[in-house]
Ligand binder design. Structure first.
Ligand code: HEC
Length: 190
């Protein structure tokens, strides 16, 4: 069998010159002829693989509506980091730390559930008071700074019927309750 290269002019190449299964198209452009062959399997696998991957990537990783989006997940992560940092650095004399806790969703949520379990009976579900004082007004008998409120809750007022909560809940959970009270009373936050 003769090989294509042995011809001087590409127009002269015929099917017989080619290996089995290779089709040569009729046209000649600038002396160049064109094979008409099936694409190799490895090439097709890469092509369709990339297309499928791009769809999966778009839907699962990039599309914001599908899994909550990158921004939202980043925010959740930052929030978790801030929560950990706050939890490990609780200093109940540091007012600005309390303000930070009051704007941290995890702290406030934890504080709310402690409040609902332990304080509602005397201070009401809206913190408007009852047996105990109103916690969402402007009047503070025992001080209105976060660290003062912390002391009120931690030591309680046993002679008035409010027990010292620090012994029961521990420092972290009392701090969370204070954060919750701060978050409910905008007057307390400068
Ligand atoms: C058994 C009732 C009772 C429970 C339960 C109770 N308290 Fe009180 N609380 C009181 C009373 C009564 C006072 C007022 C003390 C006084 O007369 O000086 C008070 C006062 C306070 C004050 C001081 C308010 C101010 O004006 O300075 C804070 C803050 C407070 N409570 C928070 C809490 C929190 C938070 C909880 C839950 C962990 C809680 N209390 C649970 C009865 C209660």
């Amino acid at each position: 069998m003769k090989h294509g290269l042995e011809h001087d002019r590409p127009e002269d190449i015929t099917e017989e010159d080619l290996p089995d299964g290779v089709i040569l198209r009729d046209h000649v452009v600038d002396g160049i002829r064109e094979y008409d062959q099936r694409l190799p399997m490895w090439w097709l696998i890469i092509l369709f693989g990339v297309i499928i991957y791009s769809i999966i990537y778009w839907v699962v990783i990039d599309d914001r509506s599908f899994t909550g989006g990158v921004d939202q997940r980043l925010e959740a992560k930052l929030d978790a980091v801030a929560t950990k940092r706050l939890a490990s650095s609780i200093d109940v004399t540091n007012d600005s730390l309390f303000y930070e806790m009051a704007s941290n969703e995890s702290f406030v949520a934890a504080g709310r559930s402690s409040y609902e379990a332990n304080c509602v009976a005397c201070h009401g579900s809206n913190l408007q008071g009852g047996i105990g004082f109103n916690l969402v007004d402007d009047e503070w008998v025992h001080g209105s700074t976060p660290s003062e409120i912390y002391v009120s809750v931690a030591n309680g007022f046993p002679e008035k019927g409010m027990q010292p909560w620090e012994t029961l809940l521990g420092q972290k959970r009392v701090a969370e309750v204070v954060a919750y009270v701060l978050s409910e009373n905008p007057n307390l936050i400068p």
